[in-house]
Design a protein around this ligand. Sequence first.
Ligand code: B4P
Length: 191
Amino acid sequence: MRLLIMGPPGAGKGTQAKAVADHFGVPAISTGDIFRANVGQGTPLGVEAKRYMDAGEYVPDEVTNKMVRDRIAEPDAEKGFLLDGYPRTLAQVTELDAMIDATGHRLDAVLCLTVDREAVVGRLLKRAQIEGRADDTEDVIRRRLEVYAEETEPLIEVYGERGLVVSVDGMGEVEEVQQRIFDALDDVPES
Ligand code: B4P
């Protein structure tokens, strides 16, 4: 299975990605997590990414694309993957198409979590109290939601035109949302 999980910040992408990926026996690859690991280790990639992340902006496409290209070339992603938080721009969609084409496979589905805007602000502010992520302050959260609406939301239409979008209501308890995801993905044929 080659899957994407999309949705605004706080929709529950990272929360659901692991369980979905385990279910299909593929790795969950989160660009946000890879950036945060690099920030934590102080690598050059981390130093560059931090400037953008702390401001709620996207890390430049060239940097992000290369990172994903390298990651999905690893052996554990040969049979498939679930990408969490990528692609987020039209240029990333084009790049991902080329990466998948080169393997002779195709994308199976794009899972879109739909959520209420104010509820996600609340979720992220709650996470800020628990994890203290630098990009979970209210101003930065609102900026991340704006960037999402401008750059990423239009991609759902792009994938919709390809007949790949599976929309799932992301409101409610984590387990409830997870069950909805499994039910919705049950109908997707594996390539
Ligand atoms: P991400 O790490 O992807 O951050 P996110 O959009 O907030 O999603 P996340 O997965 O963490 O949160 P989730 O919705 O699961 O990206 C961070 C930054 O990295 C970006 O802003 C950008 O700068 C950079 N970046 C990443 N990918 C990039 C790309 N492709 N191009 C350029 N830049 C990129 O969960 C949020 C909270 O909600 C959690 O606390 C969770 O516990 C809670 N929650 C989840 N489900 C819930 C539910 N049902 N009910 C209540 N709470 C719930």
